[in-house]
Design a binder for this molecule. Structure first.
Ligand SMILES: [Zn+2]
Length: 227
């Protein structure tokens, strides 16, 4: 049950069959208060009042993240395998990379041409990297799918099907390797247990540093999307 009309200190209050009060700050910095059905408004007000500093901090964090997330734009540079390439439109049938300039057709959407081009590069770049790690780690995925989901770099199913995000092509090779090793390790441990992390660390002793670096590049996942 949601009561859309209720506001607490200027924030929408959403009541539902939940156990505790919580405050959510979305990626645009919008705040909402979530509370159990029968908690008195005075209690909720007290809770929110005590969290003002936290709310402001969470809002600026989200807005900063949004500001820092790179977005596709013609004429600007795009990260690519640890370097940068500039994307321009020109009189070409298909995207062409010359030096560090990628020229995409004038017709159609430049970002979609670029994304498609990245997909083709991913199909060439990723399989040999996967093959190399498969050999080292002694496990080979059953299949590879390259897609562009907006929330994850990769996934591994228990049947051995590996999915990798085309946005990995925007990352430095060391971080791509981390994602491959991470996903291949799921063929041994289908969880994120200490044993799983130990498995990853065995092949990449600096896995934790790579994981953190990759987290910083989370904005690449939505590089081609209007938010
Ligand atoms: Zn995982």
């Amino acid at each position: 049950m949601i009561d859309h009309n209720s506001m607490i200190m200027g924030y929408p209050l959403l009541r539902s069959n939940r156990r505790s009060i919580s405050i959510k700050v979305d990626k645009n910095g919008k705040v909402s208060i979530h509370a159990p059905l029968f908690v008195p408004e005075a209690d909720i007000r007290r809770f929110v009042a005590a969290k003002q500093a936290w709310i402001q901090q969470a809002q600026s964090k989200q807005l900063l993240k949004k500001e820092l997330a790179p977005k596709f734009a013609v004429g600007e540079t795009m990260p690519y395998l640890g370097g940068e390439i500039r994307v321009c439109t020109g009189d070409v049938r298909n995207p062409v990379l010359t030096g560090n300039v990628l020229t995409v057709p004038q017709r159609g959407k430049p970002d979609q041409h670029t994304l498609k081009w990245l997909g083709l590069q991913a199909k060439e770049y990723l399989p040999p990297r996967i093959a190399q790690w498969s050999k080292v780690m002694g496990c080979t995925p059953a299949s590879l799918t390259i897609a562009n989901p907006k929330t994850r770099w990769g996934s591994m199913k228990s049947d051995g099907s590996l999915r990798l995000n085309v946005a990995l092509m925007l990352c430095p090779p060391a971080l791509i390797d981390y994602v491959i090793v991470h996903e291949l390790s799921h063929m041994v441990h289908m969880n994120h247990s200490p044993a799983f992390h130990a498995h990853v660390d065995r092949y990449l002793p600096d896995a934790e540093a790579r994981r953190k670096a990759l987290k910083q590049l989370g904005g690449y996942l939505t590089f081609f999307r209007e938010e």
